[in-house]
Write a protein that binds this ligand. Structure first.
Ligand code: GAP
Length: 557
């Protein structure tokens, strides 16, 4: 394993440990052993994630000025919000394509009763010779055995662990590791027969894997008490569809004119087969989505605009541009209706060197969604089943979702640009980016290692901490007064009088508090306090009566 990879893995472990220790994130239902793919945000995590959501909402919606043209925007536009329900009419998911197409291929192991995602099994096979004695004879036969091993991300250490797995399975001593012959081809889904030759990860014999089957990722639930087949409903796998089905309502009720965007933040649910990498792939997560409606002739310009605007949003909140990429999808990755999609990806520490994980997708969706909800799916590329009249089985709403431009006297079905971000992935990326360890002198000038979250002040869960240097000489009273004033001004502050001042600073550094205020011996004489900056470590004296104003201005309020 390379040192860099080891360091990154350590770094991720340290971040996970910090999240638990300081109350950012806990496993859901932990006291019952947890439930895979679900997470609870503790007191600090709740503040951090709320700040991420608020920053997104403020920057995309509430501070958006529809009369002014933003830099690089083709023209001024309006942004409005929406909060749609999690459970929607089942027909929504038929017309969106999720009912027919939102699935993974799965294989089951009949021996271990475990289920595996087929595309996560990279088709790594190993062949080895195993010497066995046939019963009742001294004759030794040589058997060739193949192993089929679940994939992890490729890399040196994966080869190592698969080799170890294979040696164990074949009962070979490690000196026979050279006898293992790797078959490197990635098996196509059609090579089902080969699965019968395979050994599932937790099986003791070959041939226990079933054929790959489709497994829909939507969580199913039942409406009402009777629970018949017609009462089946789904938890939404994306917030976007709530926006499309309300397009007409918003146009008719808020008098917005195209181009405009509708934004929504809310929970989505996907029954992910292999939730992993902390909150990165969860089964319940939050999305921050914009559906931007525009004239078809202008959609390419708006696509360019949103790609760069959304990329810049992450850098404006402290993610270094060199840790982010804007990855344009290849032609074969694109949904058939999509003119272009770009992912904004971040170099998460749990990934291998040079790999990035998706934070947000910016998709040019053409008029696909509105048209599907109007007419149903008419596109033969989707292999949509037709009924006996040759019409698509999943009919749309039949409602007219086109738009009439009263100035141009033109009717059209708008095109959609969709910047779709994950609030949990964003929060995780901000945490990973902020996590640092450095060395700082303690109270006695001795160098001590310090863990610090260099979160952008807008995102920091606690904005300021107030300390009396000692618990006497009137210092606690003055510090408490400043603390009350911060709270009244809506500044999330903490008061701490426990332990040496250096330890108090370190406690705050570890949770990313950007500013610490200390009331000390000089305060009684000149009515000033020290203000210490988390990142520069500079300490300045500020008059008490200006301290709230100073913090507010440093927070950019
Ligand atoms: N409406 C488009 C859409 O939902 P997506 O790429 O499937 O597109 C958008 O999801 C974003 O939602 C992703 O970029 C990611 O940030 C977040 N997301 C998707 N699945 C997730 C999961 N299982 N856990 C956490 N976040 C997820």
């Amino acid at each position: 394993m390379s040192n860099q990879k080891k360091n990154e893995e350590n770094r991720m472990e340290q971040i996970v440990a910090l999240c638990k220790r300081r109350g950012f994130l806990f496993q859901s239902s932990e006291i019952y052993g947890g439930v895979n793919g679900f997470w609870d945000y503790g007191p600090l995590g709740t503040e951090l994630k709320r700040n991420v959501r608020n920053a997104w909402w403020e920057d995309m919606v509430s501070t958006h000025d529809e009369l002014s043209c933003l830099e690089n925007a083709p023209k001024p536009f309006a942004m409005v919000g929406l909060e749609s329900s999690i459970i929607m009419h089942p027909q929504v998911w038929k017309c969106s394509g999720h009912y027919d197409l939102f699935h993974d291929f799965m294989v089951d192991c009949t021996e271990s009763k475990k289920r595996y995602r087929f595309d996560h099994m990279r088709g790594r096979w190993a062949e080895a010779e195993r010497k066995t004695k046939s019963e009742g004879s001294d004759e030794v036969t040589v058997e060739t055995v193949k192993a089929f091993i679940t994939s992890m991300e490729p890399g040196e250490e994966v080869e190592e662990s698969i080799t170890a797995h294979a040696l164990k399975f074949f009962g070979l001593k490690s000196k026979y590791r050279d006898k293992i012959n790797w078959l490197s081809e990635v098996l196509p889904i059609s090579s089902i027969d080969n699965l019968q030759e395979a050994v599932a990860p937790e099986a003791t014999r070959k041939g226990t894997l079933t054929e790959p089957r489709e497994f829909n990722l939507m969580f199913k639930t039942t409406l009402g008490a009777l629970g018949g087949a017609d009462d089946a409903a789904f938890l939404r796998p994306e917030t976007a569809q709530g926006i499309f089905v309300n397009f007409k309502n918003v146009v008719d009720s808020s008098r917005v004119k195209i181009p405009f965007g509708i934004a929504q933040i809310g929970k989505s649910f996907r029954n992910e087969i292999t939730p992993r990498n902390f909150t990165f792939r969860s089964r319940e997560f939050e999305q921050m989505e914009i559906e931007f409606f525009c004239h078809p002739d202008e959609s390419s310009q708006w696509y360019e605009y949103w790609r760069s605007r959304r990329f810049n949003w992450y850098t404006s909140l402290g993610i270094a541009a060199e840790h982010l990429i804007l990855r344009e999808h290849h032609q074969e990755e694109l949904a058939h209706y999509s003119v272009g999609t770009a992912d904004i990806e971040y170099a998460f520490p749990f990934l291998s060197e040079g790999e990035y994980g998706e934070l947000e997708g910016v998709a040019h969706r053409g008029d696909f969604d509105l048209r599907s909800h109007m007419e149903g799916k008419l596109d033969s590329d989707l292999n949509v089943e037709l009924n006996e009249h040759g019409q698509p089985k999943h009919r749309g709403s039949g409602k007219d979702l086109s738009y009439f431009d009263d100035q141009a006297r033109q009717r059209f079905v708008p095109h959609v640009i969709e910047p779709s971000a994950g609030a949990d992935r964003g929060t995780l990326a901000f945490l990973c980016e902020a996590y640092q360890q450095d060395e700082q002198p303690d109270d006695k000038g001795k160098m001590q290692s310090r863990t610090v979250l260099k979160l952008h002040p807008r995102l920091a869960p606690v904005k300021a901490a107030v300390f009396p240097l000692i618990k006497k000489e009137g210092m606690p009273e003055v510090a408490a007064k400043i603390y009350h004033e911060f709270r009244e001004a809506g500044i999330n502050a903490q008061y701490d009088q426990q332990g040496a001042i250096g330890r108090r600073y370190r406690r705050q550094d570890e949770i990313g508090t950007p500013f610490c205020i200390t009331v000390d011996g000089q305060t009684a004489n000149d009515q000033t306090v020290t203000l210490r900056d988390r990142d520069t470590l500079e300490q300045e004296r500020i008059p008490i009566k200006k301290v709230t104003e100073e913090i507010q201005s440093r927070l950019g309020r």
